[in-house]
Every structure is written in structure tokens, then in C-alpha cells.
Design a protein around this ligand. Structure first.
Ligand code: VG1
Ligand code: CO
Length: 542
């Protein structure tokens, strides 16, 4: 039985950097989820009879929302829904299932690296038929629709069984409950030399992978332990919990500190890695060597030809604007194009679809390739493992060798989380108002060469996206970028990105914060962050 219910709009259903993210109690408001899902379906055309992939990272409210999505997909005329067993699918696994099954699209239920639980965050994101996050044009259409919506359709049936793998018919729609890991693991086997990695592990190479009580646990157990032969317990915190054990499932130096401390200790394994809530991010730490995500992108691009799936090397590289220019040096050396996009994976889709780039990355610990249309945490881990198994060097040796060839982009991001939104907006607006006057001025002994507000024209579809971050470029090539987060759910988060290039014959082994100290001072001098935010120090330094 299909019911049409009347509804009234909510005014806050505007998707951010990566879908709609709100506190769980907001999503629990009557009709809130239904309105947003119906707004997505209303913004699509031509999906009748087609397939929708649905899955989430297992956080609190995942199962309830999956039931709603399935019942609404049925009522709105989808022909088939593919859902991960228990409602679980990592974000890259959703992307792969959409592509493999030629689905019309998919819905990812996740707030990624944001904390979970009854008072934590929840999120909903639509991915298109290419497997990638919907582009800006589409997310704007969803928002417009959400402001006018007056009814939604839902099948009035009992909850469907999400726990038994198999296919069933429900009122004319096929429901397929699939193993969340199997297809993804099979894809990884086509890209990487599992035999070489297995042999390396057998030879004594040790790994610690922190799944942070989030979605990658089952994937890491199957791939690292069962298929690659790493010791039991290699995957830590490997059971997904609805509240992620009360932690932020954000693989950075603050929230993955335990792993960091282990990797800096005398008992460190050879390789440490972590992923986030929905499995699309990766943190890489070698024994005594933290690899900044921007550096990881560059090192992977430079070495990816060592993996069978990428034996010709990348055709092009894309990075988000705030990501360091380390990858640019690699692109230069390889004689391939480098693209600089706004923050968020949705901007890489058109470049990947057009075959312009093979690998993409963001400073926020996201790396991925043209195998799917999302960033992919375990993929990056496996590419690292493949490279290490072939080169038979340590992570530290590979990074030192990299800097000696290309120079080093010292890089750090300072986050001021959950600050007052009005103060944050004013800080950005005032800075924007002063952009024209900054060039030529000195701050902390550094001269500004140029300042602008990043605007991006997509080279494939020519769409323009403005106000994507304020860039302050200094004489000599250093830079500071400031932007406000589009994924937070509390107040505003100011991100300050700081970068300095050191040529290959320079000082390559400095402490990062020390190497950037004059730029950090300049950021404060330019934007008066402490005074305006009331914070004397960032909440996260990555
Ligand atoms: C952050 C990161 C961005 C990433 C986005 C989604 O966005 O900076 O690089 O693409 O999160 O990642 P923002 O707007 O808060 O800076 V995930 O793993 O949360 O889907
Ligand atoms: Co994520």
C-alpha cells in the first residue's frame, strides 16, 4: 500500500560539502528525513524501474533511516534497492556498487568523521549514477525542492529484514541484501598485487590499522587479516559501534592519537593507518614518520605505477585548493596535468569521468582514484602496502627520498572548531573586504604577493563555483588559506591551512610547526583569530 502524506518544508535542508549533516535529534523530527529523501527523488528524472544503492556507516539512527529510504524508494517507483547487510556499506563501497550494478544512484547515510550516538551527528548524501557525490547544481536543486515540498510517498509496510543476505520481492520492487565487503574486496584484488603484499607480510612486515569503531572494521579484517595474512588483531577497534565508542571517528593526530603514539614508540609496527566513520579517509603513519595527507597524495602519485592496476602511472592528478602543492611537483616531473578544485569530492567527478585524472586527493586525509568516484581509505592503505612491498623500504625512507627528489611542502591545518558562527562569518567577510589592499603589506616579516577568494571553473562542464576559500600568497611561494567548514553541525569551524615550500637542497627534516611558525604568526596578524574567536589556540592541528 502506497501512502501519500502531506508535509510542510523545513528551511535548513541545504547540503554542505558532503551531503546534509545535522545532529541526530534534528533528523529525528517528524517528517525531517522523509522531506529530504522526497526532495532528492523529486529532483531526479527517469529513475522509474531503476536501481538505488543504500547503505551507511552504522552510526546511531542508520537502521531507522534505511527502512524509510527503502519504503520511499518503493513508493516512488524504483525497481530495485541494493542494501548492505545490516544497513552497512562504506562510502567507497556504495560508489563501487552503484557503478558495478549500473544503478541509477545511491544514498549514503553518514556524517563521516563527525561523532555519532544519540546526541551525535547524522547525515544523508545522494550519489549519482557515476558513483560520485551529486554535483553542486543537483544539491542546489534538492535544497530548492526541500523549501517547497508539500507531500511525500511511502510504502505502508512493515520493516524489511536487513540482516539476511539474499533477494526478495516487495510489492513489485526487488530488495537485495548484499555482503558489504565482498564486491569491494574483489575490486581491490584487481588493482593491487595481493601476492606481493602477502609475501611482504609473511617476511615479517607488521601493520596496525585503526578502524576507530567505524565502518572499515569488517573491510579491514577481511582484506588485511583474511586475505593478506596480517596477524589477527591487525585491525583494531574493528567492530562498528553506533556511537563509535564515544570517539570522533576522525583519523587525525588528535583523534587517532593512540595510533600515533604507538607508531612513535619502540614497539611500533612497520606501518600504521586509520580510517574515518564512513571509510573514505586514510591516515598513514610509518614507524617514526607521520605522513601528511598532502604528502601521501604526492608519494602515491609518484609511485602508483608499482601497483598492477596503475602500471602506466597517472594520466593527471587533481587536488583540492587547500591541499599542498606537493603533488604539483610530481605532476611537473611526470609531465602530466594537475587540477586544483574546491574542497569536497564532488568536484573531482567530472575530471575522473572525462579521463583527465587518475588520482585525486585532499589535505583532509582523502585519497582516491578512478576505480570509484569517492575517496577511499582502504584503497590508499593498500596502495601504500603495494608500494612498500615492491620497494622494500620503510615509509620514512620513501618519504625522505621523495623530498630529496621533489622538495618538501611543509604543511599544516589549524582548525578552530565550534566557534561562534557570527564571529566566524564576520572574520571571513572582513578579510574578503580587505583582499585588494593586502598585496605588498608585510605580516610577521612576510610580504604578501597576492590575495584572492578562490573561484573554480570546471574545465569539463564550465560550471563556476565561487567563494571557495581566501588565499594569501606570499613572496617566495608560501601561502595561507582560510575557509569555513561545510560539514560541521555546531556553530562554525574555521580552517586555516598553512604551507611553505622547501626546495630539495634545503632543510628537509624540520619540525613542521616550527618550519611554519612565521606563517602561523602572519595568519594571526592578518585575521586576528584569537581576538575574534576567543580562542588562543586551534582545537585541532593536523
Ligand atoms: C571536510 C574536508 C573536506 C572533505 C569533507 C568531507 O570538509 O575539509 O576535504 O571533502 O570534509 O569528507 P569541510 O567543508 O568541513 O572542510 V568526509 O570524510 O566528512 O565525507
Ligand atoms: Co568520510
Amino acid at each position: 500500500m502506497i501512502a501519500i502524506h502531506e508535509t510542510t518544508p523545513f528551511d535548513d535542508q541545504k547540503p554542505g560539502t558532503s551531503g546534509l549533516r545535522k545532529k541526530v535529534p534534528v533528523f529525528q523530527k517528524p517528517r525531517y528525513v522523509e522531506n529530504f529523501i522526497q526532495s532528492i527523488f523529486d529532483s531526479l528524472a527517469g529513475y522509474r524501474g531503476r536501481t538505488l544503492v543504500v547503505g551507511g556507516d552504522g552510526r546511531f539512527y542508520n537502521r531507522e533511516v534505511i527502512q524509510i529510504v527503502i519504503k520511499m524508494a518503493l513508493a516512488n517507483g524504483f525497481g530495485r534497492v541494493i542494501v548492505g547487510q545490516g544497513g552497512i556499506l562504506s562510502t567507497p563501497a556504495v560508489s563501487h556498487l552503484i557503478r558495478k550494478n549500473e544503478a541509477f544512484g545511491g544514498i549514503v547515510l553518514s556524517a563521516s568523521h563527525n561523532p555519532g550516538g544519540a546526541d551525535g551527528d547524522f547525515g544523508i548524501k545522494y550519489n549519482a549514477g557515476n558513483g560520485g557525490p551529486a554535483n553542486e547544481k543537483f544539491t542546489n536543486a534538492i535544497f530548492e525542492r526541500s523549501k517547497a515540498i508539500d507531500r511525500y510517498a511511502i510504502a505502508e509496510i512493515g520493516d524489511v529484514d536487513l540482516d539476511e543476505i539474499g533477494s526478495s520481492e516487495i510489492e513489485g520492487m526487488t530488495l537485495e541484501v548484499v555482503d558489504p565487503v565482498a564486491d569491494y574486496a574483489a575490486l581491490m584484488e584487481t588493482l593491487f598485487d595481493f601476492d606481493a603484499i602477502r609475501a611482504h607480510v609473511r617476511g615479517g612486515f607488521t601493520i596496525a590499522f585503526d578502524a576507530m569503531h567505524a565502518v572499515t572494521g569488517p573491510y579491514a579484517v577481511e582484506i588485511l587479516e583474511n586475505r593478506l595474512g596480517a596477524a589477527k588483531g591487525t585491525a583494531r577497534n574493528a567492530v562498528p559501534l553506533p556511537d563509535f565508542g564515544g570517539h570522533h571517528p576522525d583519523p587525525n593526530l588528535v583523534y587517532a592519537k593512540e595510533l600515533y603514539d604507538l607508531m612513535m614508540s619502540p614497539d611500533a609496527p612497520d606501518f600504521g593507518a586509520a580510517s574515518d566513520g564512513d571509510g573514505d579517509r586514510n591516515l598513514i603513519i610509518g614507524k617514526d614518520m607521520y605522513v601528511a595527507p598532502s604528502d601521501s597524495l604526492a608519494a602515491l602519485a609518484a609511485n602508483m605505477h608499482l601497483a598492477p592496476g596503475y602500471k602506466d602511472g597517472p594520466v593527471g592528478i587533481a587536488r583540492s585548493m587547500p591541499t599542498s602543492a606537493a603533488a604539483d611537483e610530481v605532476a611537473k616531473a611526470l609531465g602530466i596535468d594537475i587540477y586544483e578544485t574546491p574542497t569536497g569530492w564532488k568536484f573531482f567527478g567530472s575530471l575522473l569521468d572525462a579521463g583527465k585524472v587518475t588520482i585525486c586527493g585532499e589535505e583532509s586525509a582523502g585519497t582516491g582514484s578512478d576505480h570509484v568516484r569517492e575517496k577511499d581509505g582502504l584503497w590508499a592503505v593498500l596502495l601504500w602496502l603495494n608500494i612498500l612491498a615492491v620497494r622494500k623500504e620503510s615509509v620514512a625512507e620513501i618519504m625522505r627520498d621523495h623530498w630529496a627528489r621533489y622538495g618538501r611542502n611543509y604543511y599544516s591545518r589549524h582548525d578552530y572548531e565550534a566557534i561562534d558562527a557570527a564571529a566566524a562569518n564576520k572574520l571571513m567577510d572582513d578579510l574578503r573586504g580587505r583582499l585588494d589592499t593586502l598585496s605588498g603589506q608585510m605580516f610577521a616579516g612576510l610580504a604578501v604577493a597576492q590575495a584572492d577568494d578562490f573561484s573554480y571553473t570546471d574545465p569539463v562542464d564550465n560550471s563556476v563555483t565561487e567563494h571557495q576559500g581566501i588565499r594569501i600568497l606570499f613572496e617566495g611561494g608560501s601561502r595561507i588559506v582560510m575557509r569555513l567548514s561545510g560539514t560541521g553541525t555546531e556553530g562554525a569551524t574555521l580552517r586555516v591551512y598553512i604551507e611553505r615550500y622547501e626546495p630539495k637542497d634545503g632543510h628537509l627534516d624540520l619540525d613542521t610547526q616550527a618550519a611554519l611558525s612565521d606563517l602561523i604568526e602572519a595568519a594571526e596578524a592578518i585575521a586576528s583569530i584569537a581576538k575574534r574567536t576567543g580562542r588562543n589556540a586551534p582545537s585541532v592541528i593536523a
